[in-house]
Write a protein that binds this ligand. Structure first.
Ligand code: SAH
Length: 370
């Protein structure tokens, strides 16, 4: 079988340089060699770590968020609880444990795990094997059945493909990946490419050599989420690292063994992501008629959900060594120099629906206490 490098180099030799979006799509999700398809990238042994892997508190608090909104919706009996890109299934496991005693909640939900990677699907199935709730897996969001939806997506959108453009004297030109002398290289398209239409016109005067990114893939998923919420009701919570004010920037990055890495080397063995364009997500949801509850930081959301009370109750039952771990984990999730401010959260609901926890006025650290 061809290696990923062979597959990509042959493709580029036949078709010419490819967009960063096509490059990311193949490198991350190629069914045989894609980064996510062939390995579990998470945790201390892997390449990067995410909030649910840092502390059980993260998934537990998201459980409170979901159960609270389910109650606000009138406790509907046939609710789709959807997670996009669930990694190892840790968030869902913690979410389900935290909501076990919410009367009728587990009876009323079917869990839908949307995961493209066979390796991670298997891992999630192991993690959730003891659960009594109905759980279904989907390789794509489009096959999740109709119905009132509660959706969570943590570090999902950052893995979706982006297009990059560089400002030249002829206008924005798309950045492409070529292949020369056995090496992948960046190059620029000679003419305008279709995705250039997605660059907001206000950036037309950006200085030469500036970068801008657009992600039709993020917009497409956001559109699907918004249509679903508009049609059936419910709420979506999106948490990711990204920006809430769009400016020209190059945010494409690769990470391997917890270190930054070249995007064009060790293809398929390093994670490639880009910062999430929250204004694009918000604009897409609003265009579908949905309400976007404006971005708050991860610090603000977890604070509002009562992280300090949950951590305090865990600390009470812990050994001194475990206590230190809990404190350190909460610090990683909350501190402005760690995940606290870089990670942003938005929520999507129908326009007249109540605000979810953490996004409305009555959310001052009370949730986990109550
Ligand atoms: N949410 C998890 C994992 C984040 S890593 C956590 O917080 O730990 C990104 C996840 O998205 C992985 O599970 C990856 O396999 C999945 N993924 C990436 N691209 C996808 C796509 N196009 N469709 C479905 N899942 C995808």
């Amino acid at each position: 079988m061809q290696t990923l490098k062979q597959r990509l180099s042959t493709l580029i030799e036949e078709r010419g340089p490819i967009t960063i979006a096509d490059f990311m799509q193949i490198v991350l999700t190629d069914p045989n060699h894609g980064y996510y398809s062939k390995q579990d990238p998470l945790g201390a042994q892997g390449d990067f770590i995410t909030a649910p892997e840092i502390s059980q508190v993260f998934g537990e608090l998201l459980g409170i968020w979901c159960a609270h909104y389910w109650h606000e919706l009138g406790e509907p009996s046939n609710t789709m609880l959807v997670e996009l890109g669930p990694g190892r299934g840790t968030l869902m496991k913690d979410l389900l444990r935290a909501t076990k005693n919410v009367p009728n909640f587990h009876k009323s939900i079917t869990v839908h795990m949307v995961e493209s990677s066979p390796v991670l699907t298997q891992k999630q199935q192991q993690t959730l094997s003891g659960e009594k709730v109905k759980i279904q897996w989907h390789a794509d969001f489009s096959t999740v059945p109709d119905g009132i939806t509660l959706l969570v997506a943590n570090e999902f959108f950052d893995a979706l493909p982006i297009h990059q453009f560089v400002k030249t004297t002829q206008g924005w030109r798309e950045r492409l990946v070529g292949y020369q002398k056995s090496q992948f290289t960046f190059t620029l398209a000679k003419h305008e490419t279709p995705a250039a239409k997605l660059i907001p016109p206000k950036f037309a005067d950006a200085p030469n050599n500036s970068f801008i990114e657009v992600s039709p893939a993020c917009a497409a998923v956001m559109h699907q989420i918004s249509e679903r919420i508009m049609h059936f009701g419910g709420a979506a919570l999106i948490i990711d690292y990204g920006y809430t004010f769009k400016e020209p920037a190059d945010t494409l990055q690769a990470v391997k063994d917890h270190q930054y890495h070249s995007v064009l080397e060790d293809i398929g063995d390093a994670d490639i992501t880009a910062h999430v364009d929250f204004p694009l997500l918000a604009g897409t949801a609003m265009a579908a008629g949905a309400k976007v509850h404006p971005a708050v930081s991860q610090f603000q959301l977890l604070q509002a959900l009562g992280i300090q009370f949950r951590a305090a109750s865990l600390i009470k039952k812990a050994t001194p060594e475990q206590q230190e771990d809990i404190i350190r984990a909460v610090e990683r999730l909350m501190h402005p120099n760690e995940m606290g401010t870089l990670f942003k959260c938005i929520a999507i609901t129908q326009p007249d629906a109540p605000a979810p926890l953490g996004f409305g006025p009555i959310s001052d650290g009370q949730a986990a206490k109550a």
